[in-house]
Design a protein. Structure first.
Length: 348
């Protein structure tokens, strides 16, 4: 370790040239690995790392893997001062001239290039102490090259470093009319995508040239996919437990589910905003909240819930293993917002 690039380089050279120190580092590293990870997990991590390096994907900086509420509480205790530093740094990035948008420099892991990230104050989440609007970082930070925003770039980043697919992998994504689908379709010819067009359509039917699927009642055969991706969709599902079961069913053994949802990191339980009754009516427990929709850009899609940490236990009860929340933040890679969350689970 070193306080400067030169000092760090010198420390690396010392470790390489000092046989005793090298042996100590190797022994301690091995001991840490076998005490904290299974052989299968270690092999998976090494395999994924080699794939990422060979295909020029970069690991997300500052990722912490959390398996539940207890781990998160310990994480928060360690991160108190770091959270404060991040918030202050994000405030420093804001313009002082009252402009509607601004650019920050960084490295896009999707493009593999140095770029600028474009941010506006649409969907602003609050104000700084001096009254400036605070951006919704997650929905912005759009790369000026590939056009991907913060949470989309991060999701693709996780896919290619935590569960990298082969060229011929069977992949299903619960969207079809999006830039994310288009990006994946150009690289994975067997990609399947779908949209939800309402209860009047049968799962698997074609509507205006697009496959219709109900994520609670998927029409795909059991054990169909190596990877299933779902980004900001499951909050719009009346019964997410049924959706988790359906997603588990269509995954092959060893297949991986990667998804994002609105997540309340400080809550053990889900917050249910609305429920769908047996007679088809909707009961609103909170003011109705609609999110942007590719199928209905004008009206949007109703949000039924925000998720809490109990979601991870529900995934385990369905049969998923190695269920974890990836918590991360990186100014250089354009993943701001104090902390972002992506969820990964593997089928037994």
């Amino acid at each position: 370790m070193g306080e400067s690039p030169e000092a760090f380089a010198s420390a690396v050279c010392d470790a390489y040239q000092n046989a005793g120190l090298w042996q100590t580092l190797s022994t301690e590293g091995y001991k840490f690995a076998v005490e904290n990870y299974s052989v299968d997990v270690i092999q998976e991590r090494v395999r994924n790392l080699l794939f990422a390096v060979n295909n020029r994907w970069y690991l997300i900086h500052n990722v912490v893997e959390l398996d539940g509420w207890g781990a998160f509480k310990k994480h928060v205790a360690k991160m108190e001062h770091e959270y404060e530093r991040r918030i202050l740094r994000e405030q420093d990035l804001l313009p002082n001239d009252g402009s509607d948008g601004f650019r920050t420099s960084g490295f896009c892991c999707v493009c593999g290039t140095h770029t600028h990230f474009l941010t506006s104050f649409m969907y602003s989440t609050g104000n700084t102490p001096d009254g400036r609007a605070m951006p919704n970082w997650r929905e912005h930070m759009q790369c000026e090259h590939c056009g991907m925003v913060n949470h989309t770039r991060a999701a693709l980043n996780v896919l290619h470093t935590y569960a990298p697919p082969e060229i011929g992998s069977q992949i299903y994504i619960t969207e079809r009319l999006t830039k994310t689908y288009q990006w994946l379709a150009e690289r994975y010819l067997t990609l399947q995508g779908s949209e939800y067009y309402g209860p009047s359509h049968q799962p698997g039917s074609i509507v205006d040239g697009i496959r219709h699927e109900d994520v609670m009642n998927l029409s795909f055969a059991e054990n169909s996919f190596d990877r299933v991706l779902s980004f900001d969709v499951l909050e719009h599902v009346p019964d997410p437990d049924r959706a988790f079961s359906a997603l588990f069913r269509v995954l092959k053994p060893g297949g991986v589910l990667i998804f994002t949802v609105p997540f309340l990191s400080d809550s053990v339980v889900d917050v249910v905003r609305a429920t769908l009754e047996e007679d088809g009516t909707i009961t609103h427990h909170m003011p109705a909240e609609y999110h942007g929709s590719s199928v209905d850009p004008e009206g949007g899609t109703l949000c039924f819930r925000y998720f809490g940490w109990e979601m991870l236990d529900k995934l385990r009860s369905v049969g998923f293993r190695n269920v974890r929340c990836l918590a991360f933040w990186s100014e250089e890679q354009g993943y701001l917002g104090r902390e972002q969350y992506i969820f990964v689970a593997t089928k037994r």
